[in-house]
Write a protein that binds this ligand. Structure first.
Ligand SMILES: [Cu+2]
Length: 125
């Protein structure tokens, strides 16, 4: 009986964390500029850049408001070398959006961060 209750609790927490975080946290990238905050809870805020035009040039401002080093890296978006930003500093990553519409992932390459949820996506449409 106790085991069932615990399992239900875990499912509830996972569902909650997945839904709330990404749905509202997005930024319009149609201007070619987007600003993301890099946080020590190991996440990007927002974690979605939407309305990016195929083939357009996009500059992502990276504002690290935490104490740890964080980064932005994406093979899909042509940013194979991680752009690292130290705690309290800012940086930027520039890429040319893929010609094909779709959703492209980016991530933090610091050990354990992507696994902890520090991933995001760019929606090209
Ligand atoms: Cu990180």
């Amino acid at each position: 009986m106790k085991r069932v209750a615990l399992a239900l609790l875990v499912v509830g927490v996972v569902a909650c964390g997945g839904g709330g975080g990404t749905a509202q946290a997005e930024v319009d990238g149609s201007s070619g500029r987007a600003s993301l905050e890099l946080r020590d809870a190991q996440r990007y805020v927002p974690s979605r850049i939407v309305n990016v035009k195929p083939g357009s040039r996009v500059t992502v401002e990276l504002k690290n408001t935490g104490n740890l080093v964080h980064s932005f890296q994406s093979n899909d978006l042509g940013v194979p070398e991680a752009v690292k930003v130290e705690g309290g500093k800012t940086g930027s990553a520039t890429f040319t959006a893929p010609a094909a519409a779709g959703t492209y992932k980016f991530q933090c390459t610091e050990p354990g961060h992507a696994e902890a949820g520090m991933v995001g996506e760019v929606v090209v449409q």
